[in-house]
Design a protein around this ligand. Structure first.
Ligand code: SAH
Length: 348
């Protein structure tokens, strides 16, 4: 694989420098930027001369992401996609249809180093960070798939494989490009980023002043339980993690989402709901109860619907805003890392 530059991850001013290096007129940079941000291949850039297109093909990566596989749910409109990258790695994503439009869940790393016990993405560790161009490429493919319905992606969640704050530089570049008025122009307020809670990175990200909705994967009402599920809890306490989140809220004016997967016998009983309510009292947040995608190998099982409801009731009694997250694409390995895992095992 030639080590060529990915032009779609370049800011307009960086593109201008590349065009100058190719002895092209400055206005070409604007044209190329608009095409790249639409996901066009060099051959599709029809308002450029053939000569320039050939120069681009020789020097830069043409579309860094390809579609490997898609699965459409028979239950709902969810589409699970598997993308391949130039180095042979693959990552997955999910297109979800909500009443307000289409949301794409994108991956930020190949694999993940965080080691959460319930998560399939982390089983083989982190292979590498994705580039901003590879994150954008995932949206371009989703838009290509939605084109036949005359629809496009309006919201993005950074909740696929990987820990986005462990790949901060490229994630920030991605956020600035995806919201660029001459690009896909997806509002930053339509984007959510989920983190397991890398405390110093939360502060750094807050200082970028990008009003992204922050989701914290909390999954426990206290450090003892959190340590059973998430190795990151050995490094940072819940108290200091929530402090960092509050700083984020102050800097960005956004609300915090707390992700909480109910695991039978671990974090799902009434006392946990009470403890969680006390912990979150006074914080501008909304709790998303996630049905656990079971991991039988690790003896982690979900709970019955009645238990989810009981947990929700306790939060409501305590005036904590909370909902149960809708299950989507249950029939197509909709959950985190499952499709890639099956692909790697040769089962998909
Ligand atoms: N690394 C980031 C984002 C990726 S995971 C983070 O930790 O937040 C996206 C969400 O899916 C997280 O809330 C994660 O805890 C959750 N998740 C992972 N595996 C899951 C499973 N088996 N069942 C339910 N939720 C899961």
């Amino acid at each position: 694989m030639k080590n060529m530059k990915e032009l779609s991850g370049a800011y307009p001013e960086e593109l201008a420098a590349e065009m100058a290096a190719l002895s092209e007129k400055p206005f070409r940079a604007g044209q190329v930027f608009a095409w790249l941000q639409k996901g066009a291949s060099f051959d599709e850039m029809t308002n450029l001369s053939r000569e320039l297109r050939e120069k681009l093909k020789a020097a830069y990566v043409d579309q860094p992401v390809q579609l490997l596989e898609k699965r459409v749910s028979q239950i709902d409109d969810t589409v699970k996609v598997l993308y391949s990258l130039r180095d042979g790695n693959c990552v997955e994503g999910v297109i979800m249809h909500y009443h307000y439009g289409y949301t794409l869940c994108i991956s930020t790393q190949v694999g993940c180093a965080m080691g959460c016990r319930f998560c399939a993405s982390t089983l083989e560790g982190c292979v590498r960070n994705l580039t901003a161009a590879e994150m954008l490429g995932q949206i371009h493919w989703a838009n290509a798939l939605l084109k036949e319905k005359n629809e496009r992606i309006g919201h993005v969640v950074l909740m696929g494989s990987g820990e986005p704050l462990a790949n901060m530089q490229e994630v920030v570049r991605f956020l600035k490009l995806v919201s660029h008025p001459q690009g896909l122009n997806i509002g930053i307020r339509h984007i959510s980023l989920s983190t397991c809670g890398l405390v110093p990175r939360i502060y750094e990200f807050a200082d970028e002043h990008l009003p992204v909705t922050l989701s914290l994967s909390l999954h426990a009402p206290n450090d003892r339980i959190r340590r059973q599920l998430m190795p990151i809890a050995e490094r940072y306490s819940i108290r200091e993690t929530l402090e960092a989140c509050k700083y984020y809220l102050r800097q960005t004016g956004r609300r915090l989402i707390i992700e909480y997967a109910l695991v039978d016998g671990v974090n799902a009983d009434r006392s946990c709901a009470e403890e969680l309510s006390a912990l979150l009292r006074g914080i501008q947040c909304h709790v998303n109860l996630i049905p656990l995608n079971q991991v039988p190998e690790r003896h982690l099982f979900g709970v019955q619907e009645t238990q989810v409801q009981a947990f929700l009731n306790v939060l409501e009694e305590n005036h904590i805003s909370a909902t149960r997250r809708r299950e989507m694409g249950d029939d197509i390995q909709g959950a985190c890392g499952q499709l890639r895992k099956r692909h790697l095992e040769g089962l998909a």
